[in-house]
Ligand binder design. Structure first.
Ligand code: ADP
Length: 205
């Protein structure tokens, strides 16, 4: 049985990792869906074998690892391939997330995921925390971090829930429209709130 789970989400470049690290510094264990998504396609994993069979050996690098940029190009241009890939990987990712959350020892745990609200990962969470900021800032920070063009970032943002959709589903919000030093006090407050919710959760189960 897992502890109280807070789902931390927000669009690409919204500041999920930055915020998650602040919770980690307060002793809270994290499961990062992006990390898990990479683990399920590591060399030796059955999913990588299936991907290589479908798209050919060109999808693998010389060391046998997945050429993620190559795969992204294929699936972003072709919805049918994207659905195939999601049907393959999403159940595996979900299973690993569940296993890792069950091992968490902190009072509550965070599931950090860009696609929390778009997938059934949402059902693994007792509380949804959204990192919020104007889409223009999100675009600017992501383009700077990844040295991607604004067009590329816009394409990724289009495949994710938009700001209004996220806000509708949020139980709590973090405003990340200010400089990073505005985050700590917000995280402190939320951390106290989540500790109380986790206590109530433990008492009631
Ligand atoms: P995500 O994990 O949601 O993709 P990150 O935490 O990596 O987002 O943040 C995206 C980029 O913006 C990173 O380069 C990060 O250092 C930077 N960043 C995060 N929060 C702020 C902020 N409040 N002000 C300026 N830059 C920020």
């Amino acid at each position: 049985m897992s502890c109280f789970i807070v789902g931390l989400t927000g669009g690409i470049g919204s500041g999920k990792t930055t915020v998650a690290n602040l919770f980690a510094a307060r002793g809270i264990e994290l499961v990062d869906a992006d990390v898990v998504a990479r683990e399920v396609v590591e060399p030796g994993q059955p999913a990588l074998q299936a991907i290589a069979e479908r798209f050919g050996a060109k999808i693998l690098g010389a060391d046998g690892s997945l050429q993620r940029a190559e795969l992204r190009k294929i699936v972003f241009a072709n919805p049918e391939q994207r659905i195939w890939l999601e049907n393959l990987t999403h159940p595996l990712i979900r299973q690993r997330i569940i296993e890792q959350l069950q091992q968490a020892q902190s009072k509550y745990a965070l599931l950090v995921s860009p696609l929390l609200l778009e997938t059934n990962q949402r059902q693994l969470c007792h509380h949804i925390l959204v990192v919020d900021l104007p889409e223009s800032l999100q675009l600017e920070r992501t383009a700077r971090r990844d040295s991607n063009s604004l067009e590329q970032v816009k394409a990724i943002m289009k495949a994710q829930a938009n700001r209004a959709e996220r806000l509708k589903q949020a139980d709590s919000l973090i405003d990340n429209s200010q400089p990073p030093d505005a985050l700590a006090s917000q995280v402190d407050k939320l951390h106290q709130q989540f500790l109380s919710l986790a206590n109530a959760f433990d008492v009631n189960r």
